[in-house]
Design a protein around this ligand. Structure first.
Ligand code: 4AD
Length: 458
C-alpha cells in the first residue's frame, strides 16, 4: 500500500502543501458537529499526526473511524498548524481498514505497567512500549556497528547444546520424549532421546565463541540465552538477549577497555538517535536520566578490586541482609551499594575469589582469585560479566576437576588449549539490562517483548 510514514511528515518540510496518503491507528479522537480531530500513530515516530476533518467542507467521517485503536487510511493535504507550527493533515478521504470495538483494552490514557504486562500483544501500542522497542532496535544496531566497524566477526553460536557453560545447573532440558515410565534410569532415557545424550538450551555462547575466536581473532555473538533460574527478580528473565565478544590476545585490562568503550559508544549513539524517547523516559520514568547517561559517556568508569570492595562494604554504615565476608558472592544489595553509594558511577569489580566464579576464568598468581570482572551500574547492578580465560591446559583441567566437571563434554574446549593456545578474554552483556539502564524502566519484564519468567509464559 503506497503511503507516507508519519515520521516523514514531521521531518520533511517539503511535503507541506502536497497531497499524501497516511496510514495508522487512532490514538485519540475528538468528534464534534462541524469538526473532528484524530491523532494517528503508525509506529514510525513518537509523535501522533493530527488529522483534521472539516465536516462543513463535505469530508465524511465514518463512525468507526473515530474509535480508539481503529486502523485508517487517510488521503489529505499536509498543512502546518498556525498555533504550534506542527504539520498535520487536512483530510479529504478516510478509509477504515480495521474497526476496533469498545472492548479494546487501551481506552484509558494511562494504564499501570503491571496491567499492561498481562497483555504483551496490546501494550506494544502504547507510547511507553513504542519507545522501549524503538530504543531496543537502535541499541541493537549500535552494538552490531560497534563491533563490525572494529573488525569483529559476528558469529551465531548454537542454541541447543550438550555442555553447560556457566555450570550453575540452570539449563532448560531439550528432549523429545517427556514424561515416561518406560525407562529404568536417566542413562537409558537419554540414550533413547533425540540426540542420544542429555541436551539443553544454551546459557551462553561463550565456549563456542572461544572456539571461533581461536580462528578469527575477534568475534562477537548477539543472540538469546536461556536460564532456568527460579529467582523472581526485577532483573532476571528465563530468555534474555546476550552480547558476547571474545577476543584473542586480549588480557583483562584490554577487555575492560573494550567494555567501557563499547558502553560509551552505544549510549552516545542512543542519545543522539533517540532524543525524544530519552526525554519521555526522563519525564515519565527516571528524573536525571539524561544527566546520568552524559556522566557515563564523559567520565572514566571505576575499577575496584573485589578484596577492596569487601573492605568498603564491611565499613559501610548500613545493615545488609546478607553478611559480607571475603569469599562471599556479592548480592544485589552489595553491588548496588558499591556503585550507587560509594562510586556513583559504573564500576568494574575485578579479581574475584576463584571458588565463586566459573571454571574457565584465568587463575591469578595469588592462587586465590581469578582475572574476572563484572560491570556494575547504579540502579541495575550487574550488566556485564566477563573474564580473561585460563589459557593453560593443565590449570584448566585442574580447575574443572576441582569443580567436579566431566572432561568428556568439554573435549572441543580443551583442544583450544592444546593447539596453539593464546591469552584471550571475553564478556557477556545482558541486553535487557542495558535497555533498563538507558530507559529508566525498573522491571526487566518491561523491556522485552514477551517476558519469560518462572511460572509465566504465553
Ligand atoms: O555473568 P554471566 O552469567 O556471564 C556469562 O554468561 C559469561 N559466559 C559471559 C561471557 O564471558 N561471555 O552473564 C552475562 C550477563 C550478566 O552480566 C547479565 O547482564 C546477563 O548476562 N544475564 C541476564 N540477564 C537477564 N536475565 C538473566 N536471567 C540473566 N543472566 C545473566
Amino acid at each position: 500500500m503506497k503511503h507516507t510514514e508519519v515520521k516523514e511528515i514531521f521531518t520533511n518540510p517539503a511535503l507541506t502543501g502536497s497531497e499524501v496518503t497516511v496510514c495508522g491507528w487512532v490514538r485519540t479522537a475528538r468528534d464534534s458537529k462541524n469538526m473532528a480531530f484524530l491523532a494517528l500513530n503508525d509506529g514510525s515516530t513518537f509523535n501522533h499526526l493530527q488529522i483534521v476533518i472539516d465536516k462543513n467542507a463535505g469530508v465524511a467521517l465514518p463512525p468507526e473511524a473515530a474509535k480508539l485503536g481503529a486502523s485508517l487510511k487517510i488521503v489529505g493535504t499536509v498543512v502546518v498548524n498556525p498555533n504550534n507550527g506542527t504539520p498535520e493533515v487536512d483530510a479529504k478521504e478516510i478509509t477504515v481498514l480495521g474497526v476496533c470495538p469498545e472492548d479494546y483494552p487501551l481506552q484509558k490514557k494511562f494504564q499501570k505497567l503491571e496491567t499492561l504486562r498481562e497483555m504483551p500483544h496490546i501494550r506494544v501500542r502504547t507510547n511507553t512500549f513504542n519507545a522501549v522497542f524503538r530504543v531496543r532496535s537502535v541499541m541493537a544496531a549500535a552494538i552490531h556497528r560497534y563491533f563490525q566497524e572494529r573488525g569483529y566477526v559476528y558469529v551465531n553460536t548454537p542454541l541447543i547444546t550438550g555442555s553447560d557453560c556457566e555450570g550453575a545447573g540452570e539449563m532448560f532440558k531439550v528432549t523429545t520424549i517427556g514424561y515416561s515410565d518406560a525407562y529404568k534410569n536417566a542413562d537409558e532415557y537419554y540414550a533413547d532421546d533425540f540426540f542420544g545424550k542429555k541436551a539443553g538450551l544454551s546459557v551462553s555462547g561463550q565456549l563456542e565463541g572461544e572456539v571461533m575466536a581461536m580462528a578469527m581473532g575477534k568475534i562477537y555473538t548477539f543472540g538469546p540465552s536461556f536460564r532456568a533460574e527460579k529467582s523472581n527478580t526485577l532483573r532476571h528473565v528465563a530468555e534474555f538477549w546476550h552480547v558476547e565478544p571474545e577476543i584473542a590476545f586480549a588480557e583483562l585490562p584490554d577487555l575492560i577497555e573494550i567494555a567501557e568503550d563499547m558502553m560509551k559508544y552505544i549510549i552516545k549513539d542512543y542519545m543522539e538517535k533517540c532524543p525524544e524517547e530519552l526525554k519521555f523516559f526522563e519525564e515519565r520514568f527516571e528524573k536525571g536520566l539524561t544527566e546520568k547517561l552524559l556522566n557515563v559517556v564523559n567520565n572514566d568508569f571505576a575499577i575496584v578490586d573485589y578484596t577492596e570492595a569487601i573492605e568498603l562494604l564491611k565499613k559501610a554504615d548500613v545493615e545488609f541482609e546478607y553478611p559480607v565476608e571475603w569469599g562471599c558472592d556479592l548480592q544485589s544489595e552489595h553491588e548496588r551499594y558499591i556503585t550507587e553509594k560509594i562510586y556513583k558511577k559504573p564500576v568494574f569489580l575485578i579479581n574475584y575469589p576463584k571458588d565463586i566464579k566459573s571454571f574457565y576464568m584465568k587463575q591469578n598468581p595469588d592462587g586465590k582469585t581469578v582475572a574476572a570482572t563484572d560491570l556494575l551500574v547504579p540502579g541495575v547492578g550487574e550488566i556485564i560479566g566477563g573474564s580473561e580465560r585460563e589459557a593453560d591446559y593443565d590449570k584448566l583441567v585442574k580447575a574443572m576437576h576441582d569443580k567436579g566437571m566431566s572432561m568428556e563434554d568439554y573435549g572441543d574446549y580443551l583442544a583450544l588449549r592444546k593447539y596453539g593456545t593464546v591469552p584471550h578474554s571475553g564478556f557477556g552483556l545482558g541486553f535487557e539490562r542495558v535497555i533498563m539502564y538507558c530507559t529508566g524502566m525498573s522491571n526487566i519484564r518491561d523491556v522485552i517483548f514477551y517476558p519469560r519468567t518462572v511460572g509465566n509464559i504465553r
